[in-house]
Design a protein around this ligand. Sequence first.
Ligand SMILES: *Cc1c(COP(=O)(O)O)cnc(C)c1O
Length: 386
Amino acid sequence: MAEPKIGGNEWEYVKECLDTSWVSSAGSYVDRFERELAEYLGTRHAVATSSGTAALHIALLLAGVEPDDEVLVSTMTFIAPANTIRYIGAWPVFIDAEPDYWQMDPNKLAAFVETGCRWKNGNLINLATGRKIKAILPVDILGHPCEMEPILEIARKWELKVVEDATESLGAAYQSRMVGSKDTGGDLTCFSFNGNKIITAGGGGMITTGNTDWANRAKHLTTQARDDSIEYIHSEVGYNYRLTNIQAALGCAQLERIDEYVTSKRRIANIYAETLSEVPGITLMNQAPWAKSTYWLYTILVDEKKYGMDSRSLLKELEASSIQARPLWQPIHLSKAHEGAYAHHCEVAERLWRDALSIPSSVGLDPDDQRRVSNSINARFQDHQP
Ligand SMILES: *Cc1c(COP(=O)(O)O)cnc(C)c1O
């Protein structure tokens, strides 16, 4: 599905960490990884963290989210962003996906804020729960950005902070500017370097922002909020969320090759688009005219009636031919882990969950192997015709 590709300077950089004993959370690669990612994206600050989840947790704290506040978040996403809202004791409010690119639906977001909320004493209040809404957390899923302009407009109008979860979309662009650059996205953007993401550090994350105070505070909070470099004195509760030098060394080597990786993903997407476009009942992944997608995980929709079988049956049949495929995530408003949280009309996400299937998309995927995937999907359709 999404295997890491190691083949550049990874060995050399990690060996240098081992040879010099700079293996832990201090060392030149951490600073270098932060600097080079900021340069790549065109943003002022990047602060490395131990994971994408940690990055989101800290970003929400920086955005001023407090216990019992609410955060408007995509329901069609991996569960991590919703969990980080709960780490603070705040509550997610789930917003549906739009049907074309499967990202947070700005129209439904607007409809909820305009009709389901009220401005009271300088705060936006969710009428259904009585809680304050503090932030919006749009998630750029599968390598494609959310439509940020209308989301940012709502945020400005109602004084909400925007924390963009771009953990799946490093290298993507919105209106020809990089996701996470200083003028595309929200107040804070989060990335992940988990093993299945477009580049990996073995594990790790990054917070990017144009705000110098937030960047400094992110460093402080991720390093146990220590006030003094010699004395162990702390004036608040911090976290051990710093990336290690070994991980950063891996990350630096991977970042050197990101353009090549994005090109590979886009080539894989083109081949799927060519080879699957004629299969009845298969909907291809789309790219918005205002977006450049990295196609991190190539995903199709399977229409059971037209294709002859549903997405889960196709998954099993592909598995029988040693081809890995995966459904998208259970929409979080249906998750037991977030039972009781408020959700605003999330029917598109439920349909996507039923029909979507992600298919092999590794950067190193061999074109012949990829044709075998397309041929299998084609052949299963033929097999099921009466
Ligand atoms: C991978 C992912 C995360 C979490 O990143 P980790 O580095 O694994 O903690 C958060 N949100 C989304 C949408 C993800 O896909």
